[in-house]
Ligand binder design. Structure first.
Ligand SMILES: Nc1ncnc2c1ncn2[C@@H]1O[C@H](COP(=O)(O)OP(=O)(O)OP(=O)(O)O)[C@@H](O)[C@H]1O
Ligand SMILES: [Mg+2]
Length: 370
């Protein structure tokens, strides 16, 4: 067994690159992808159209050859596999792709039946499993229908039933909820999540559907073929709910806050530690999660008097230098142990650009503060 296989990861990719086009004129669409997926994990892959999501999914699914880098899937190093071994590996993966490729001449039951392995399973057992999964997907009264008598959403659910019939250890889904209404979309992701929990399967879902983000353990964002963020949802929700305690962020939708959260770091400071020093260049924005800080600012009157302000949980600081580009106008010292969420300058500006209202609120706060 290889070293990677022994780690127990379902998927492990290291420095994977991918290009389309000819050798003379390649167009690189994936750059240095480092990506792991653990058993039982449900991860969502998002990103703009053309960012490389489907390409990455098809590489993981062994539907495309790995050109550069290391990819280990279900314990097997993809580049070392023979054609026959690749076919076997693909059979172990549950694919839910945009084009669902159902057999038009077969009923829903037969389509699902096709996917169930012949081994370890008699005809009755296969039928029972087919019915159970189709029923679970809300298709109990459509079991005998052929795809051309089913709606788009129903076909999609048959395709999902087929992908899950073998209880695969890895499910790769490309926009599985696209043709579904809100309720059935959630139901599908619920089923995927249950599979992950019960079978310790790993599920990777490409989606733009923000309504299902909370069901995932991780959200990975691809932009221009690079992973720009890989966030634990638990952590993102923790940050987002903390941010909501801060008046500036209180009115932002939770989806927006979880996006900020992807860029935020959690930092701790010891009592008495300088967090910001007056006169230095500003590089970060801070939101206090717990503890308190003292803000010391020299009074403009010229006599060496110092204005002191205390800030606590939910308060923020550090935005002035980022908004004005001027050096820090105050020194901030931790009074006790402080946990804070920090947002680096470039992400702070990106966040502002995306949210006009947030920028206005910050500028207003800045106006009243100075
Ligand atoms: N078979 C192909 N040959 C050449 N270029 C391709 C091929 N498939 C995809 N591309 C290009 O690679 C880039 C990434 O495509 P990909 O389909 O992975 O994006 P995506 O993130 O899945 O987009 P979408 O959200 O629109 O499905 C795009 O610029 C696309 O035009
Ligand atoms: Mg795609």
């Amino acid at each position: 067994m290889s070293a990677e296989a022994a780690t127990g990861l379902t998927v492990s990719m290291k420095r994977v690159c991918h290009s389309y086009g000819s050798k003379e004129n390649p167009k690189q669409v994936l750059h240095d992808i480092d990506f792991d997926l653990m058993p039982g994990e449900v991860a969502i892959l998002t990103g703009p159209s053309g960012s490389g999501k489907t390409t990455l999914l098809t590489l993981i699914g062994a539907l495309r050859s790995v050109q550069e880098g290391e990819a280990v899937v279900l314990g097997r190093r993809l580049r070392e596999l023979t054609r026959a071994q690749l076919v076997r590996l693909r059979r172990e993966i549950g694919f839910i792709f945009q084009a669902h490729n159902l057999f038009e001449s077969l009923t829903a039951r037969e389509n699902v039946n096709m996917a169930i392995e012949l081994t370890n399973c008699d005809v009755h057992e296969r039928d029972r499993r087919c019915e159970a999964i189709l029923t679970r997907l809300g298709l109990s009264d459509r079991i005998g229908y052929k795809p051309n008598s089913l709606s788009g959403g129903e076909r999609q659910r048959v395709a999902i039933a087929r992908a899950l019939a073998n209880r695969p250890k890895l499910v790769l889904a490309d926009e599985p909820t696209a043709a579904l209404d809100k309720l059935s979309g959630r139901e599908v992701v619920d089923i995927l999540k249950t599979l992950a929990l019960e079978e310790q399967s790993s599920v990777l879902i490409v989606t733009h559907d923000t309504r299902i983000l909370d069901l995932a353990d991780r959200i990975i964002k691809l932009v221009d073929g690079r992973i720009v963020s890989d966030t634990s949802v638990k952590r993102a929700l923790l940050i987002a709910t903390s941010l909501q305690r801060c008046p500036i962020f209180a009115q932002q939708p939770i989806a927006m806050l979880t996006e900020f959260a992807a860029f935020m770091r959690r930092e701790s400071f010891d009592p008495g530690e300088d967090i910001i020093r007056e006169g230095e260049a500003g590089d970060k924005f801070y939101v206090i999660e717990s503890g308190s800080v003292e803000v010391l600012r020299e009074k403009t009157s010229g006599d060496s008097e110092v204005a002191r302000t205390t800030l606590g949980p939910g308060d923020f600081f550090g935005e002035v230098a980022l908004l004005t580009g001027a050096p820090r106008n105050a020194t901030v010292i931790a009074r006790d142990r402080v946990e804070a969420f920090t947002l680096a300058k470039e992400h702070f500006h990106e966040a502002l650009q995306r949210s006009k209202t947030l920028e206005e609120r910050l500028r207003t706060a800045l106006y009243y503060r100075s």
